[in-house]
Design a protein around this ligand. Structure first.
Ligand code: PA5
Length: 345
């Protein structure tokens, strides 16, 4: 078993631990510092790469649950609307990523209500120096293997501050589902999970175009990024209905390179009837142009469970693919090189 498989095998436990850590830190240290953090007019999550995934998923999860805007910032500069009425989470696993540090400094300048999540580095130091509440998470993992630690603490803080209510049952269903999926996905060959084996066969020499509905957009981006970083393959993603207003024109052409692409649909049994119809029509138009269509379904009842079930399945697929290609999913030498060449920030 590779190290990344070990990390992924701990995902359900990590979710529970992340909730515990956030609760403890909130009670012991944060609650007294953030009396002014309630009733903000918007929420913004800053971070890049593996540390942004929690923000993307949070945005999807909160879509129908909250009546203030939620944004994700993956750049040096904060959007113009971020001000003293904005609650800003600044997430960097290493704590040393320059785009995120820059956002952090801007958030301080603009007097936003800031919470940081990091395992250490400059972000931890700067949080301490500026008296900013910081949720410190365990060290020693690749950032993309720490999704639980970068995501659940935001939920806990939002709940404690009265922005959302999380049902206990929702968390319980999610952890149960992740345990079940782990057992199924960890060794698909042994467990005879044909859906994952079929997908892996397809992924050997094809480019996935991951397509999903708006509410699972964060999952699609996460899977694209996991294919890029863990399996080192090209992957692209899009959403429906948007794809019906642009890519469909190109996908329906008889382009020689389209045969290198296959459509990987991230689906949900709660899709509206209009969306289902759109997906059927889209498949009918593109089926013969691309190298096939593959569907992965979310599982569970609650939206949190359905989102994280797709995310977890996708994570396993990306590392099984790396294994088949005899690649260690952990090293990301070019990401490191760029950070090194950029030099001191
Ligand atoms: O998954 C990865 O290793 C990267 O995408 C990193 O998350 C990204 O480079 C940002 O680094 P950090 O998460 O430490 O802020």
């Amino acid at each position: 078993m590779t190290k990344m498989e070990e990390f992924l095998g701990k995902f359900p436990n990590q979710c529970e631990e992340a909730i515990r850590i956030a609760n403890d830190i909130f009670e012991q240290r944060i609650s007294r510092d953030i009396s002014g953090y309630r009733d903000r007019r918007g929420i913004l999550v800053c971070g890049v790469g593996g540390s942004a995934a929690g923000g993307d998923i949070l945005k999807d999860y909160l879509y129908k649950k909250i009546d203030i805007p939620v944004g994700v910032n993956k750049d040096y500069e904060l959007p113009g609307y971020a001000d003293s009425r904005t609650l800003v989470f600044v997430n960097s696993y290493s704590g040393n990523t320059e785009e995120t540090l820059s956002s952090f400094m801007q958030a301080l300048d603009r007097k936003c209500s800031v919470v940081t999540i990091t395992s250490g580095g400059k972000l931890y130091q700067l949080s301490k120096e500026n008296n900013i509440p910081c949720i410190r998470i365990p060290q020693g993992m690749p950032p993309r293997a720490t999704f639980a630690y970068l995501f659940f603490p935001m939920l806990i803080v939002l709940e404690k501050l009265g922005y959302i209510r999380i049902q206990k049952e929702e968390i319980q269903e999610t952890i149960r589902m992740l345990e079940d999926l782990k057992a199924k996905c960890k060794d698909p060959e042994k467990n005879g999970d044909n859906s994952i084996i079929g997908l892996l066969d397809k992924l050997q020499d094809r480019i996935p175009l991951i397509l999903t509905s708006e509410i699972f957009k964060g999952c699609a981006w996460r899977l694209k990024s996991q294919f890029n970083e863990n399996s080192k393959i090209l992957a692209f993603c899009s959403t429906i209905p948007e794809l019906n207003h642009n890519e469909i024109e190109a996908l329906s052409q008889n382009l020689p390179y389209s045969k290198n692409v296959f459509l990987l649909l991230l689906r949900d049994r709660f899709e509206s009837s209009r969306l289902k119809k759109r997906i059927e029509i889209t498949i009918k138009i593109v089926r013969d142009r691309v190298d096939g269509v593959f569907e992965l379904y979310s599982e569970g009842e609650h939206i949190l469970t359905r989102i994280l079930s797709l995310l977890h399945k996708g994570d396993w697929v990306s590392i099984h693919l790396a294994k088949r290609k005899k690649i260690d999913p952990i090293p990301t030498p070019k990401i490191d090189l760029i950070k090194k060449e950029l030099g001191q920030y």
